[in-house]
Design a protein around this ligand. Structure first.
Ligand code: PMP
Length: 394
């Protein structure tokens, strides 16, 4: 039977990680895989998570099953973290999922149950797994203009034009903050325009928010999602705890759904539970339990917020410093966008050949579309990186 299996394309980022590991050059710089690293190049377990794990070890009495939608206390804590407390609880439903990827999958499954023929409109570019999942599910999908490669900024005119042409009942996927792979996010005023356009076309909106707290702050990074929730009748939100709680391998995430009324929320809730049942019965709980403890305990929450602030400050300082170093090395403002963008990623906007040259001649590793994980850098590496980029782009 397995004769019939097609070989799957290699995961480009995992391949890059292998190449990086095999590279013997001591000055090598890894800007590939999207995980946060501290100044020592380590992806640490957050102290708040360690403390919560300690407390959980002391207090947990059973590892019996949770509910099919996970622990309601976790879902409710995530809902308040993302949506704030203003939105009526009766309009909310949600389920714990296997990481943010599970949330995207379950959110799309729910949409497909409700409207099997809908086309999902995703930004160009987007996280490649969005398109891969849509493809695997056999859902129709297409892109809307999002990014201007020339300027490294949002293509706001193109985006609004494309969104205004979305047929009623289709689905629009947006990144809530810290767009992956470009780092280009709409401003508050632009989000207001986007929300107004989506209201007009009456599209179903799905927000993927995987980096809350990595851009400008916990509240600031949720502002766009909250705006959409306040303006639109319905909203699906896929949330990941992988980055902002550093829980990558523990697979904590949630799909949150805002609907018109308590009656709709009840139907959504039942469907989310069933979708979890069909995929893996119960979502993983360890990471979710830690997140719930951290968010509900003021001491742990304060500690977590401080750690997250330090991570965000490190990324934003690296951005400012790298943009300044590139300005000095190239004598131009070509890369100034790096300082203005948010989150872990920016796209340099160089050719695949130049990406290869950076790797072969300078031991600088980034994804083929020239996406860089800024959080992979140390301050000491900035001058070397800036010189390598300037050299390569001459
Ligand atoms: N959405 C986006 C945009 C992401 O970049 C990621 C992680 N790379 C995710 C969702 C999902 O992350 P995870 O499944 O690890 O929680």
């Amino acid at each position: 039977m397995f004769e019939n299996l097609r070989a799957q394309p290699e995961d480009q980022i995992l391949k890059l990680m292998e190449q990086y590991r095999a590279d013997q050059r001591p000055e090598k710089i890894d800007l590939g895989v999207g995980v946060y690293r501290n100044s020592q190049g380590v992806t640490p377990v957050m102290q708040a998570v360690k403390s919560a794990e300690h407390q959980l070890w002391e207090s947990q009495q059973t590892k019996g099953y949770t509910g099919l939608a996970g622990d309601p206390a976790f879902v409710s804590a995530m809902s308040d973290l993302v949506l704030g407390t203003d939105l009526a609880q009766a309009r909310r439903a949600g389920a714990a999922t296997v990481g943010g990827t599970g949330a995207i999958r379950q959110g799309l499954e729910l949409i497909r149950l409700a409207r099997p023929d809908a086309t999902v409109h995703v930004p160009d570019p987007t996280w490649p797994n969005h398109t891969a999942i849509l493809q695997a599910m056999g859902m129709k999908h297409r892109t809307y203009r999002y990014f201007d490669t020339e300027t490294g900024a949002l293509d706001m005119t193109g985006m609004l034009e494309d969104l205004a042409a979305v047929p009623e009942g289709d689905v629009v996927l947006l990144h809530g903050c810290c767009h992956n792979p470009t780092g280009a996010d709409p401003s508050a005023a632009q989000w207001a325009q986007i929300a107004a356009t989506l209201q007009q076309v009456n599209a179903m909106v799905m927000v993927d928010i995987a980096y809350q707290g990595f851009g400008d702050g916990i509240e600031e990074d949720a502002a766009a999602t909250r705006l959409l929730a306040s303006k639109l009748p319905e909203l699906v939100i896929a949330v990941s705890c992988s980055k902002n709680f550093g829980l990558y391998r523990d697979r904590a995430g949630a799909v949150l759904v805002v609907s018109l009324s308590a009656r709709h929320s009840a139907a959504v809730q039942g469907n989310l539970a069933t979708l979890n049942r069909l995929a893996y019965s119960f979502p993983a709980d360890h990471g979710a339990a830690l997140v719930q403890m951290i968010l509900s305990n003021p001491g742990l929450r304060g500690e977590w917020m401080d750690e997250l602030t330090a991570m965000r400050d490190r990324i934003n300082t690296l951005r400012t410093e790298l943009a300044a170093a590139l300005q000095r090395e190239t004598g131009s403002d070509r890369f100034a966008f790096i300082g203005a963008q948010r989150g872990m990623f920016s796209r340099l906007g160089i050719t695949p050949d130049q990406v290869d040259t950076l790797r072969d001649a300078h031991a600088v590793y980034m994804v083929g579309d020239s996406r860089m994980n800024i959080a992979g850098l140390s301050m000491e590496q900035i001058p070397t990186l800036a010189r390598a980029i300037a050299d390569t782009c001459d």
